[in-house]
Design a protein around this ligand. Structure first.
Ligand SMILES: Nc1nc2c(c(=O)[nH]1)N[C@H]1C(S)=C(S)[C@@H](COP(=O)(O)O)O[C@H]1N2
Ligand SMILES: [Mo]
Length: 543
C-alpha cells in the first residue's frame, strides 16, 4: 500500500470539505447567537433575522405579500423566517467550503453578511439609529474570526509537526504515520468549544430579551379595565344562530384573525407607553399616558373588523366587544376640526411602535361613528397580538386604513402630502369596507344528505348595516335568507337558509344588500387596491 492510498483510507477526500461546511455552519450559528445577545442589549428588533425579515416584508411586492397571506395565513411570518434561515444555512455551508481554499475570502464573505444585516436593521422604519447595526456587525466579526480559526485547523500545512490524536483509532499504534494535512484534534476541540459557547450565548441572549418583555407582560397583567361609562347593549338573543359550522357572532380573542407586518409581536410596557397627538390644525398638542386614557370617558362597542386582503369568502373578518376612548373627543380637545367644518387636515396618520403607518380620513373619524382608541377586547386588555396597550378601531374602514395596533403617535396631515405604508405599496388611500357575505356552512365539496340542509353564514357592511341576504341554488331565483337579529350596523349579521336539497351536484351562491339599498356586486375584483368584490359560492354534492 502506498502512502497515498493510506492517506485516502484514513481521510477520504470529502472529509475536509465536509468539515469546512460544518465550520461555516458553526460560524453562522455563533453569528446568530452573538447577534441575539447584542440585540437583547441594544433592541430585540435589531437582530439580523428580524431586521432582514422586516426589510424583506417591506420590499415584497403587494401581490406576493397578498399571496403569502393567502397561502400561509398567519403562518406567513414563520414561513419567511424559515426561508431566511434556510438561505443563511446554505450560504454558511458555501462560505465554509470556499474558506477551505481561500481563508480570507471566506471570512470576508461572513463580514459581507454582517453588512447586509446591519443595512437592513438601519433601514427599518422603527430603527433607533446606528446602534441597530451593532448586532449584525458584532455577530459577523465574531463569526469571521471563528471561521478563520476553524478553517485554520483544517489547513495546517503538511510540513508542520503534527501530533497524532491519542484517542484516534488510526494512531501510530497500528503503525501508520501521523496523518499529515490537518489538525484533527485541534479542529474537534475548537469546533466543540464554538458550538458550546454559541449555545450558551444564544440562551443568554434569549433570556435577556425575555426580561424586557416580562415588564410588558407584567404591565398587561396589572391592567384593570374600568367599567365603561357607556356600555354596549347586550348582544340581542337572536343575533347568534345555533347552527353547526356558522362563525360565532362574537369572535373569541384566541380565534381572531391576525394580519400585520410584525415578525416579532411588539411587547409594549403600558406604564411607559405614551401617545402623542400633533400636526396640522392641532391647536393643543397632547401626550397621553395609558392611565390618562383609562381615566377618560370610556365606551364599549361591538365592531366587526375586516382586512382588505380578505378574498371573497375569506376568513379575515371578526367581531369583538371593544372598550376605548372615542377618538373624536380627543381630537376635538386638541382643537382639531373635520375638513367639512373648516379643519386643516384631511388625513390622520397613526404610527405604531414598529413603524407601521396607517392613514384614515379625519372626516370619517369625526362624523359621529365610534372610532376608538381601544384598550379592551372582549373583556380583557388587548392581547399583545392585537395591539396592546392601545390600538385604533374604526367601524366601516378596512384595517389597513384605520386599525393601527401598538399605536404611539397620531399626526394630522393631508392625503396630498403623505402616503402611509400600504398606500406606498399600491393600495388605495381611502378604503371603506365593501358589502360582503360568506357561506360558512356547508363547506366547499361537502356531501350533505338530500332533504333539509342548513345553509348559513355571515354578511357585513360595517356602518351601513345589512338589510337583506339572498341565496341562490345553481341558476335558480334568488331566495331571501332568514336574517339573525342585528346587533349594530357596525357588526356583521348572521343569516340562514333552509335548503330542500335534491341529489346531485349544486352551486350555492349568496349576496347581501346593505341599508343604503345597494346589492352586493357580482363583479369580481381582486383584493388590490381597495378590497375584493364579487359573490361567494360553494359547490357541494348532495347524496
Ligand atoms: N402596527 C400595525 N397595525 C396594524 C397592522 C400592522 O401591520 N401593523 N395591520 C393592519 C391590518 S392590515 C389589519 S386588517 C388589522 C388587523 O388587526 P388584527 O390583527 O387585530 O385582526 O390591523 C391593522 N393594524
Ligand atoms: Mo388588513
Amino acid at each position: 500500500m502506498t502512502d497515498e492510498e493510506k492517506q485516502t483510507r484514513t481521510t477520504p477526500g470529502w472529509v475536509r470539505p465536509a468539515l469546512a461546511a460544518l465550520s461555516g455552519l458553526l460560524a453562522g450559528f455563533a453569528a446568530l447567537a452573538v447577534a441575539e445577545l447584542t440585540a437583547a442589549w441594544v433592541r430585540p428588533q435589531a437582530g439580523p433575522v428580524v431586521a432582514v425579515g422586516g426589510a424583506a416584508i417591506d420590499r415584497t411586492p403587494a401581490s406576493v405579500k397578498d399571496w403569502a397571506i393567502r397561502n400561509f395565513g398567519t403562518d406567513d411570518k414563520l414561513v419567511l423566517q424559515l426561508g431566511i434561515l434556510a438561505v443563511l444555512v446554505l450560504f454558511a455551508i458555501a462560505l465554509g467550503v470556499v474558506a477551505l481554499r481561500y481563508r480570507r475570502a471566506g471570512a470576508a464573505g461572513v463580514l459581507l453578511f454582517g453588512v447586509v444585516g446591519a443595512a437592513a436593521a438601519l433601514s427599518r422604519p422603527d430603527s433607533a439609529g446606528f446602534t441597530d447595526a451593532l448586532p449584525s456587525v458584532v455577530g459577523a466579526l465574531v463569526a469571521a474570526g471563528l471561521l478563520y480559526l476553524l478553517i485554520g485547523r483544517l489547513r495546517t500545512p503538511a510540513t508542520a509537526p503534527v501530533t497524532a490524536p491519542a484517542d484516534s483509532g488510526a494512531g501510530p499504534e497500528d503503525g501508520s504515520p501521523p496523518e499529515p494535512g490537518w489538525d484533527r484534534r485541534g479542529f474537534v476541540v475548537a469546533a466543540t468549544a464554538v458550538a458550546a459557547a454559541s449555545a450558551g450565548t444564544g440562551l443568554l441572549g434569549r433570556s435577556l430579551s425575555g426580561s424586557a418583555s416580562r415588564d410588558a407582560v407584567a404591565s398587561r397583567a396589572d391592567v384593570v379595565l374600568p367599567v365603561p361609562d357607556s356600555r354596549a347593549q347586550p348582544v340581542p338573543k337572536g343575533a347568534g344562530l345555533r347552527i353547526a359550522g356558522i362563525s360565532p357572532f362574537m369572535t373569541p380573542n384566541g380565534d381572531f384573525y391576525r394580519v400585520d407586518t410584525a415578525l416579532v409581536v411588539p411587547k409594549v410596557d403600558a406604564t411607559s407607553w405614551r401617545l402623542r397627538i400633533h400636526g396640522d390644525g392641532v391647536r393643543r398638542p397632547l401626550t397621553l399616558t395609558f392611565d390618562d386614557l383609562l381615566r377618560r370617558e370610556l365606551v364599549e362597542r361591538d365592531i366587526t373588523l375586516t382586512c382588505v386582503s380578505n378574498e371573497v369568502g375569506g376568513p379575515y373578518a371578526g367581531t369583538a366587544r371593544w372598550i376605548g376612548v372615542r377618538l373624536a373627543d380627543v381630537l376635538a380637545e386638541c382643537g382639531v376640526k373635520p375638513p367639512s367644518k373648516g379643519g386643516r387636515a384631511d388625513q390622520l396618520v397613526a404610527r405604531s411602535v414598529d413603524g407601521m403607518t396607517i392613514g384614515s380620513p379625519v372626516e370619517d373619524l369625526m362624523d359621529g361613528r365610534d372610532a376608538l382608541l381601544a384598550v379592551g377586547m372582549n373583556g380583557s386588555p388587548l392581547p399583545f397580538e392585537h395591539g396592546f396597550p392601545v390600538r385604533m378601531v374604526v367601524p366601516g374602514l378596512y384595517g389597513y386604513v384605520s386599525a393601527c395596533k401598538w399605536i404611539e403617535d397620531i399626526e394630522l396631515t393631508s392625503f396630498d402630502s403623505y402616503d402611509a405604508y400600504w398606500v406606498k405599496r399600491k393600495w388605495a388611500r381611502r378604503a371603506p369596507i365593501k358589502t360582503q357575505s360568506r357561506i360558512d356552512t356547508p363547506k366547499p365539496f361537502a356531501r350533505p344528505k338530500a332533504g333539509s340542509v342548513m345553509v348559513a353564514g355571515v354578511a357585513w357592511a360595517q356602518h351601513r348595516g345589512i338589510d337583506k341576504v339572498e341565496v341562490r341554488i345553481d341558476d335558480g331565483p334568488w331566495r331571501e335568507a332568514r336574517l339573525a337579529a342585528e346587533d349594530s350596523r357596525d357588526t356583521w349579521r348572521q343569516w340562514s337558509y333552509d335548503w330542500q336539497a335534491a341529489k346531485g351536484g349544486h352551486t350555492l351562491s349568496v349576496r347581501a344588500t346593505d341599508r343604503t339599498g345597494e346589492v352586493q356586486t357580482a363583479e369580481r375584483t381582486g383584493t388590490v387596491p381597495d378590497g375584493a368584490s364579487g359573490r361567494h359560492s360553494v359547490v357541494v354534492t348532495v347524496d
